[in-house]
Ligand binder design. Structure first.
Ligand code: C2E
Ligand code: MG
Ligand code: MG
Ligand code: MG
Length: 291
């Protein structure tokens, strides 16, 4: 009878939800061995200096290809990793892989660029985080000032401990960026409390900047405020020439987005870096992307 009831109750669930739950469960089960089974990889998205068109950095973005599940979205597996306590090994893997790549590009004679790595708030605030960074720098031979850590402003919401983490990281020489700036609840508090080098204006503002005066005003204000605090500004999610040009007018110095390049394989990045030019943008020269 219990079985019957169970069956009946099951019938009330929407099939879509059940599928979703099942998918999540499989993601969870398989993620534990993704690192060992070498299923993770990194793609890199160029960060471009607006006035010169030069690539001055790349952001490493994690990808997970599972033989049965296929490509699992980062937002899905990052959240899962947090939930099941896999974030620590994942962060360590990403940091090492990104630094090794940066060092390899440099040894191959490519122009120096900064490597940006995303760090989840929980990892950033972990008491071993600073020594992990120190260890990775030593082991890979990465120059500290060429490594940039991207964290969201949620790191500001906890206690005093994070202030010392920021200070210790600064002492090591690594660069710090506030990711998705403006989207969270403590943007001003993060500016007041944290010693950072860079603000990344969230795509949320860039998306409608051409049609929404409010977004324009807020972007211009973030750029001015950031500059007055000596922060570099990166605009994320730049998809059109018009956005790029407006950002240029507003005095933004760096842009990242599909207009410039999607995240691509290390091989593609090394080809792009050899030319230090995004060739597919050449036709825009008259426009001009390269002033
Ligand atoms: P994020 O750090 O804000 O990264 C930017 C995301 O926007 C990336 O998505 C990138 O592919 C996408 N993007 C860049 N330019 C454009 C554009 O012009 N248009 C559109 N529509 N999208 C654009 P992705 O790779 O799917 O990553 C999503 C998020 O997952 C990242 O957001 C980051 O929070 C997280 N993530 C990715 N890799 C890692 C990692 O290694 N560690 C941690 N902790 N988080 C990661
Ligand atoms: Mg990021
Ligand atoms: Mg971002
Ligand atoms: Mg974002």
């Amino acid at each position: 009878a219990a079985k019957e009831r169970g069956k009946n109750r099951y019938a009330f669930y929407q099939p879509q939800l059940t599928e979703q739950a099942e998918y999540r469960f499989r993601v969870e089960q398989n993620l534990r061995e993704a690192v060992e089974k070498q299923q993770l990889s990194l793609v890199y998205q160029p960060q471009v200096e607006l006035f010169s068109g030069n690539i001055i950095g790349v952001e490493a973005l994690c990808r997970w290809h599972h033989p049965q599940l296929g490509e699992v979205l980062p937002t899905e597996f990052i959240a899962t990793a947090e939930r099941i306590g896999m974030m620590k090994p994942l962060t360590e893997w990403v940091l090492k892989a990104a630094c090794n790549q940066a060092v390899a590009w440099k040894r191959a004679g490519l122009p120096p660029i900064r490597m940006a790595v995303n760090i989840s708030p929980a990892q950033f605030l972990d008491k071993y985080f600073v020594s992990l960074i120190q260890y990775v720098l030593e082991e890979t031979g990465m120059v500290p000032t060429e490594l940039k850590l991207e964290v969201t402003e949620s790191v500001v919401q906890t206690d005093q401990q994070n202030l010392s983490i920021f200070r210790e990281l600064k002492d090591l020489g690594v660069l710090l960026a506030i990711d998705d700036f403006g989207k969270g609840y403590s943007s001003f508090a993060s500016l007041k409390h944290l010693t950072v080098d860079c603000l990344k204006i969230d795509k949320y503002f860039i998306d409608d900047m051409l049609v929404d005066r409010k977004s324009q005003t807020l972007i211009a204000a973030m750029i001015d405020m950031g500059h007055n605090l000596d922060h570099e500004i990166i605009a994320e999610g730049v998809e059109t020439v018009e956005q790029y040009q407006m950002l240029q007018q507003f005095g933004c110095e760096t842009a990242q987005g599909y207009l410039l390049s999607k995240p691509v394989s290390p091989d593609s990045i090394s080809k792009i870096l050899k030319l230090n030019r995004l060739t597919h943008l050449a036709h825009l020269d008259a426009n001009p992307l390269h002033l």
